[in-house]
Design a protein around this ligand. Structure first.
Ligand code: IPM
Ligand code: MG
Length: 358
């Protein structure tokens, strides 16, 4: 069956890395029998420029119709002054919500070839391999009421609501327990149950669910402590599950432990395993179009797509191994050159991975 893949390059370096993902898909098609059809559609600032809408209906329809979506990056100073619903970020949030992509998997693993890139001492991050499971379509990002107002004493005020119901917690909890089961068997649920009602509910539901997974050791941690523990002793973590906002923050911290945010892919999945795959890094407008961006996070997102949405774990393994061998060969874009001069650009790095797949 021909897989329908939608590519949303987006803004900044998004198009640069999207080209390299396509190069890798070409190689998978040509040499390893990946049967797919690719359609490119606009999202983010590029879509605002073209249509005035960060997620035009046609792009959303294409994504709904696809088996998987590859997403580059969005945003940039050009659109920062737009009203909130016309910012590039709104396109991404709407896409997550409309496609029901509630489970966001953000691995933070250290490539041994890049051990010196971490801001932490090498012995603290040796063999680092954490999976953060972030709830992506609820919590304070989407909770109502939200808005701006005038308070009783005539001041401008603004508010958002952190809200989860039991079913939302259950589905992300189950996804995380299953992920932990398939990994190291340890799950740390992160919340702020010492202060927030919503976190107490989160904790209660996690405890209930854990009864059905006797082979997973569930622990709980307050989010402030988790932020500290991630940089103090990261290897204590295996799988982490948390809500939307805490997951946003902790996944950036975890990414930086690897020293190379340019290397990290992510998957956002719905209940049926359909997914959107995107690098964890942003749109880096300062280096856009200059053949300087690291395409490996995007290429590793292609690997995650093969594994989780296309049923081709074999291809995922091949791509991941090709990336490792490209690093072994010494090719480095600036972000992973450890302060030295880059030895490769975006296109040459993508081409090198494609060659390894030949
Ligand atoms: C992320 C980003 C987004 C988020 C922004 C761009 C809306 O920071 O994917 O982590 O906050 O979820
Ligand atoms: Mg973020």
């Amino acid at each position: 069956m021909t897989a329908k893949i939608v590519m949303m390059p987006g803004d900044g370096i998004g198009p640069d890395i999207a080209n390299e993902a396509e190069r890798v898909l070409d190689a998978l098609g040509e040499h390893h029998g990946l049967d797919y059809r690719l359609e490119r559609v606009d999202v983010g600032g590029a879509a605002i420029d073209a249509t005035g809408d960060p997620l035009p209906e046609a792009s959303l329809e294409a994504a709904r119709d696809a088996d998987a979506v590859l997403f580059g990056a969005i945003g940039g100073p050009k659109w920062d002054a737009q009203p909130r619903d016309k910012r590039p970020e709104s396109g991404l949030l709407k896409l997550r919500s409309e496609l029901g992509l509630f489970a966001n998997l953000r691995p933070a693993m250290l490539f041994p070839q890049l051990a010196d890139s971490s801001a932490l001492k090498a012995e603290l991050v040796a063999d680092l391999d954490i999976l953060i499971v972030r709830e992506l379509t609820g919590g304070i990002y989407f909770g109502q009421p939200a808005g701006t107002d005038t308070s009783a004493n005539g001041q401008r005020e603004a508010y958002n609501t952190m809200r989860y119901d039991v079913s939302e917690i259950r589905r992300i909890g189950e996804a995380a327990l299953k992920a932990a089961q398939a990994r190291g068997g340890r799950l740390c649920s992160v919340d702020k149950a010492n202060v927030l009602h919503v976190s107490q509910l989160w904790r209660d539901v996690m405890n209930e669910l854990a009864g059905d997974y006797p082979d997973v050791a569930l622990t709980h941690m307050y989010v402030d402590n988790a932020a500290m523990q991630l940089v103090r002793e990261p290897n204590q973590f295996d799988t982490v599950v948390t809500g939307n906002l805490f997951g946003d923050i902790l996944s950036d911290t975890a990414a930086m432990l690897t020293g190379s945010i340019g290397m990290l892919p992510s998957a956002s999945l719905d209940a049926a395993g359909k997914g959107m795959y995107e690098p964890v890094h942003g749109s880096a407008p300062d280096i856009a179009g200059r053949d300087a961006a690291n395409p490996l996070a995007m290429i590793l997102s292609v690997a995650m797509m093969c594994r989780y949405s296309l049923g081709r774990g074999d291809l995922a393994d091949r791509v991941e191994s090709a990336v490792g061998r490209v690093l072994d060969s010494g090719l480095r874009t600036a972000d992973i050159a450890d302060g030295a001069k880059a030895t490769s650009g975006t296109a040459a790095t993508g081409q090198a991975v494609a060659n390894m797949l030949g």
